[in-house]
Design a binder for this molecule. Sequence first.
Ligand code: PLP
Length: 364
Amino acid sequence: MKKRAFASSPLLQKTTAAHHGALNYKELESIGVSPDQVIDFSSNINPFGPPSIVKEMLPNVELSSYPDRDAIALCRALSHQIGVGLNQIVVGNGASELIWLIAFAFVQPGDRIVVLGPTFGEYQRCVSLMGGQVRFVNACPEEQFNLDYREVDQALNANQPGLCFICNPSNPTGTIIPLETIQSWAQMYPDTGFIVDEAYLPFAPEFQSAIKLGLPNIIVLCSMTKDFSLAGVRLGFAVGPEEHIEKISQIRPAWNVNTLAQSAGLAVLNQKHFVSESNLKIRIEKEKFVSALEELGFSIPPSETHYFIMEVGEAGNFRTRLLRDHLIQVRDCTSFGLPAYVRISTRKSEDNQQLISAIKDMNS
Ligand SMILES: Cc1ncc(COP(=O)(O)O)c(C=O)c1O
């Protein structure tokens, strides 16, 4: 049979659309709004960043040469800071790229992959693109969005999956699975690779990273775009056993992390105090913010992070009204399978006040 030009892979049809928080410039253009007019509660970025050192170093970044393809200086600094070997780290163009690289490296057509949900949509997208079949285990509102660990165990046992994606803390709910539970799953199912996405762990500093477990079947994903407020720069890294990290490294696109991102990453690594100071301020703001929303009659399940979900009735409609009438964006959780909820990230006090006033106005 004659092959058509650009005939698409059948797997493309299985790939779900991307739904994310953060401003959608196309959408804003369609409603005649400029991005800088909108207050964004829909992406979970540290509202106090980035650290000033990032702007100070920008003029000195060498732009005309290719970046170090292995980001050695950044990996070395990370390896010292985290206390793992240099070859146990690979950096990516955001943690998002690493999620895709993990699927490219480790998912084969027909593989069953367990995903603990509701959760970040990229896991399912890239697994489906590789022909894998996703089995979700979902947390439910009746349990305040805490997973039933027996159900997880049953899913691991029944599917014997090649991979299991765990977003910890959870996006969108902000709940956390204790490290001992992850450890027991990883030990009980040594043939399953556990991908523990800790993109938001820096916002829950009392909890420890799964990196500490040092188990042969755990890869931990970290993002530097949230705690250091570098979402526009795109930078993340994965930590795990050398043999697995080597495979992820092998299939990276050339020069995947640009020089600006590498330099910014190096500059902020010794700014841990910036994150802890931000966390103290965020915690105070979150408490006030959540109380004010609860006083308005909203139900907010407990969250360990600076973002939380809130039951609003019809989330799509709630989001649209806030955006069109008040230039405020929240995350509609319909794509997470939670059409009655929105996700809101704590911002600075004045912004939080604006959201509360807007909601009061909508309800009046
Ligand atoms: C759970 C989770 N992991 C990873 C990412 C991607 O982070 P990055 O900006 O580092 O690509 C996100 C972004 O929203 C996320 O919510």
